[in-house]
Design a protein around this ligand. Structure first.
Ligand code: CU
Length: 184
């Protein structure tokens, strides 16, 4: 094994073995009220991440898909302000993805059908391994049109991007290169 120690001149270093246990936030801590009721959700969405042959920016290849669609032809998830929203993230793409919804915090409800039993696992980015299925919930309390994407940015550039939109909210901005935007 090798390691890098960063510090001022003369800093002492001591090799620290990698812990043998991995912290699992699904079971860590003590349950507490979520402040929302996922059992009475107003909307439920699937976010199935796959990979399929297709075209992205005119280039053929094996591209990420969201619910079977290739960016930018990915239907938006539509909510109304005040909705309690459940989302099932199902990764069948062959790679892990740190999934990130802008504008909201989500709480993990379950992983692979096992309910969360620790402290409420609120998160901004959720690492979803290949083959895993997470259920999360959030309160739609921040009207806008928000990216819901993989935060491994090369993956986002490759099209692993969807959007959450609120009813009645519009934008003059367009998706794609014709917009003149090059956020990546
Ligand atoms: Cu990714």
């Amino acid at each position: 094994a090798s390691a890098v120690v960063v510090g001022p001149d003369g800093a002492a270093s001591s090799a620290t073995a990698r812990p043998t246990a991995t912290l699992d936030l699904l079971t860590y801590g003590t349950p507490a009220p979520l402040g929302l009721d996922p059992g009475a959700a107003d909307r439920s969405f699937d976010y199935v991440i796959g990979r399929a042959p297709g075209f992205l920016d005119g280039k053929p290849g094996m591209h990420w898909t969201v619910n079977g669609h290739t960016y930018p032809d990915v239907p938006m998830f539509e909510v109304a302000e005040g909705d309690v929203v459940r989302m099932r993230i199902d990764n069948r793409s062959g790679a892990p993805h740190p999934m990130h919804l802008h504008g909201h915090h989500v709480v993990v409800l379950s992983r692979d059908g096992v309910a969360a039993s620790g402290s409420p696992w609120w998160t901004d980015s959720l690492e979803v391994a290949d083959g895993e299925v997470y259920e999360v919930a959030f309160l739609a309390d921040n009207p806008g049109i928000w990216m819901d994407h993989c935060h491994n940015l090369p993956h986002a550039t490759e099209g692993l991007v969807a959007h959450l939109m609120y009813a009645g909210v519009t934008t003059p901005y367009l998706l794609g290169h014709d917009s003149g935007n090059v956020p990546e």
